[in-house]
Ligand binder design. Structure first.
Ligand code: FES
Length: 355
């Protein structure tokens, strides 16, 4: 353990902890933009710069490890001034103008740049970046990239390469000309992009967004945390609900997914909830017509149980097997194997949770 003092608060942290991590443990807030846990710690935005006693320059808290006896100041005049300048430069690059302003942005209310600027009292930038308007990449059916709103934090690149390991987003050029190359243009089908949307979730502004985000604003929604209904990994996600309808999902920091989702979890977890084609009653096939017909639960359960019993009596218990769905809960799967062993009298049990 290492001893560190942050804004006068003495704490001990594990070796390898960053100053940002130590500050969060101590309950001290340091603003961040380009940092995202498990995704990016490139230290490019400098919004988290703080003072360390004995160091002449400010250091970035998000990627500087704590050293024994470190004394950190996060809220001095020098830090506030540096933070303000960093945000003003980022805001200049963000390129707000009459066609491109917060009210028209689908991330309005959920934009981290907006939030950090508001918290730090930055409402406009005295700087101007001469940059021609760039074309919005809009061909991908799920994702949209507006490079004019990009602040080059590279969190999307980290989400794609370091976290999801798809390696389809990358940067081009360097320094202030750094640009994100996102595969959402005409040739999107020719790329390896899986449309997982982790880049959009990582983006702090409205540069990369899920297209369905246009159907709601953050303050119109409530969020319901649940487990992804697809494979057995058990990723945690929020269902984003507007007017009692699920309009979106977002990854939550669960133990197995660390806020990431695959394309199924993010984009195939909710449309069926409101589908008029959902089965709402049991169906039994009419053997004369070959058509499924609606039945009551009592009829359906009796039909299934009597046929299991008939097969067991005629052929023996090992003619039966129980195969559990990986989307079921542990408790349901336990009950199924119990039914197979105790009621069917067979050890033929398996499940599809190996995907
Ligand atoms: Fe630390 Fe951007 S959050 S440099």
């Amino acid at each position: 353990m290492l001893n560190v003092t942050i804004d006068g608060r003495a704490i001990s942290v594990r070796e390898g902890t960053t100053i940002l991590g130590a500050a969060r443990q101590a309950g001290v807030s340091i603003p961040t933009l380009c940092y995202l846990k498990h995704v990016s710690n490139i230290g490019s935005c400098r919004v988290c710069a703080i003072e360390v006693e004995g160091r002449s320059e400010l250091v970035t808290a998000c990627n500087t490890p704590v050293a024994e006896g470190m004394v950190v100041t996060t809220d001095s005049e020098r830090v506030r001034s540096s933070r303000k300048t960093a945000l003003e430069l980022i805001l200049a690059r963000h390129g707000l103008d009459s066609t491109n302003y917060c009210f028209s942005c689908v991330k309005n209310g959920a934009c981290e740049l907006q939030t950090v600027c508001r918290e730090q009292g930055v409402v406009e930038s005295p700087y101007y970046v001469a940059q021609p308007r760039k074309a919005v990449l809009d061909s991908n059916p799920f994702l949209r990239f507006d490079p004019n709103l990009c602040i080059a934090c590279q969190r999307c690149v980290g989400a794609c390469n370091r976290a999801a390991r798809n390696h389809t987003l990358h940067t081009s050029k360097r320094g202030v000309r750094t640009a994100i190359e996102a595969p959402f243009g005409e040739n999107w089908r020719a790329t390896d992009c899986e449309n997982c949307g982790n880049c959009a979730q990582a983006c702090p502004t409205g540069a990369i967004t899920e297209k369905r985000r246009a159907s709601y604003r953050e303050w119109e929604t409530r969020k319901v945390q649940t487990t992804c209904p697809h494979c057995a990994v058990g990723c945690q996600l929020n269902l984003v609900v507007k007017d009692n309808r699920i309009v979106d999902t977002e990854g939550v920091a669960g133990p197995s997914n660390h806020s990431m989702l695959c394309v199924k979890g993010r984009s195939a977890s909710f449309d069926f909830v409101h589908s008029p084609e959902r089965l709402r009653t049991p169906l039994i096939k009419n053997k004369q017509t070959g058509e499924f017909e609606e039945a009551s639960w009592d009829e359906a359960l009796h039909y299934v149980a009597s046929n299991f019993t008939r097969i067991k009596q005629q052929v023996g218990p090992d003619a039966l097997a129980a195969f559990a769905c990986s989307r079921s809960t542990n408790e349901d799967v336990y009950m199924l194997q119990k039914m197979a062993r105790c009621a069917f009298g067979t050890n033929n049990v398996d499940n599809c949770a190996r995907v």
